[in-house]
Design a protein around this ligand. Structure first.
Ligand code: NDP
Ligand code: MG
Length: 387
């Protein structure tokens, strides 16, 4: 890309698993990308290190207590520094930004993503929770503003890649692949006393703690089903989940003539990240290449929706519509946090999620304020259930 065609990026959540891998991509592709904004929640040391290397225009830290330390050093480097989620929502509107990579975790992604879409910025979306919470609002707004949302999630990137050149051809159904997580094949009885350490040991992917637990409970796949509905405009019955333990086929589209297209490659998030921020180009890179003989068997299984009931909850939230997916997300953020803090057991996560969405006030056609209220109400309900 020529100098003027370099993409100018804002990375929200630059210190996390996706954020640091995105910066690896940028480091390898200096002719294609420039960093305008970096942001984190509280990891000021890493954020500072990244700012020194990538020299963004602006840095935003969520945690106010870290602000002063960061500001003084960045000032000397002529880098602007702000703090708080409201500042983030303003910074993403900066004229110089082309693409906002939403790589923060959880509900916190909603507000800055809305601000970025309103400002006409392309979105490279890793923060799937945003679409789970408010998929209808986000996709409508993006359409109104003519904004593209490029998926970073490997499954959705796979579907997106399979759809290239097929925009006139309706999708019959999609198959989202799932590794099955560390507890694949286990039954409820086996999961009664599993520890946080066991749950955090994902077989194929190195990710942040929240999504790693979501993968172990299959909530991650549930969230991805909802994410897929909004990204690709599908009905729930057009979305299927298939367990594929090797994580080589990242997902599959089946068209109306029965033909199926799959996208495959080694499990490495740098590829979907690069595709999302570099679209439509396939930038040459040195990522390790797939070798068939390392994977002589690619296998497929049915997901066990009884043991991993979060997946059933996600489909049910899609069927119910309204604010239920938003409630499911909020309950899940509370229950996963409680599990990580040792307050509840592994199987309690799905129990609390299920009970919370039954208790929340149903809103059939939520607006932004309804989503905020649903999130707040569900967190209170779920925290009571945690005890
Ligand atoms: P991490 O926990 O590794 O990183 C989260 C990032 O968000 C960090 O930079 C963190 O800052 C920042 N952050 C956390 N809370 C807030 C907040 N309240 N406000 C602003 N920033 C915040 O998560 P991942 O990188 O694993 O995941 C990020 C998103 O991408 C999630 O939505 C996840 O579902 C999705 N995703 C991740 C994949 C992966 O492979 N990791 C794959 C597909 C999707 P700090 O470091 O200071 O805490
Ligand atoms: Mg995924």
């Amino acid at each position: 890309m020529e100098e003027k065609k370099k993409r100018h990026l804002a990375i929200l959540g630059s210190t996390g698993s996706i954020g640091t891998q995105a910066l690896e991509v940028v480091r390898e592709q200096p002719d294609s990308f420039v960093i305008e904004v970096l942001s984190a929640h509280s990891n000021a040391d890493l954020l500072l290190k990244q700012a020194v290397e990538f020299k963004p225009n602006t840095v935003v830290i969520g945690d106010e207590s870290q602000y002063k330390k960061l500001k003084d050093t960045l000032w000397e480097l002529d880098i602007k520094c702000f703090c708080g989620i409201d500042a983030l929502a303003q910074v993403v509107e900066m004229e110089s930004i082309d693409i906002v990579l939403t790589a923060m975790v959880g509900y916190a992604g909603l507000k800055p993503t809305i601000a970025a879409i309103n400002a006409g910025k392309s979105i490279a979306l890793a923060n799937k929770e945003t679409l789970v919470v408010a998929g209808e609002l986000i996709t409508k707004l993006a359409q109104e503003k003519g904004v593209n949302i490029y998926p970073v999630d490997s499954e959705h990137s796979a579907i997106f890649q399979c759809l290239t050149g097929e925009f006139e051809n309706p999708i019959e159904k999609i198959y989202l692949t799932a590794s099955g997580g560390p507890f694949r094949g286990k039954k409820r009885q086996d999961l009664l006393n599993v520890t946080k350490k066991q749950a955090l040991k994902h077989p194929n992917w190195e990710m942040g703690a929240k999504i790693t637990i979501d993968s172990a409970t299959l909530m991650n796949k549930g969230l991805e089903v909802i994410e897929a509905k909004w990204l690709f405009g599908l009905a729930p019955k057009q979305i299927d989940v298939i367990v594929h333990p090797q994580s080589i086929i990242h997902s599959i589209v089946q068209f109306e003539d029965g033909s199926m297209k799959a996208q495959m490659g080694l499990p490495d998030m740098k590829l979907p990240i690069q595709y999302a921020i570099g679209y439509p180009l396939r930038l040459k890179n040195n990522f390790p290449r797939f070798n068939f003989f390392d994977y002589p068997n690619l296998t497929f299984e049915q997901p066990d929706k009884e043991t991993f009931s979060n997946l059933t909850l996600a489909f049910s939230a899609l069927q119910q519509g309204g604010n239920i997916a938003c409630a499911l997300n909020a309950a899940n953020e509370v229950s996963v946090d409680a599990f990580l803090k040792g307050k509840i057991k592994f199987l309690d996560i799905a129990e609390i999620n299920g009970s919370s969405i039954e208790k929340v006030t149903f809103v059939a056609h939520p607006n932004y304020e309804d989503y905020v209220a649903t999130d707040e109400q569900t967190r209170i309900i779920a925290k009571e259930l945690v005890g």
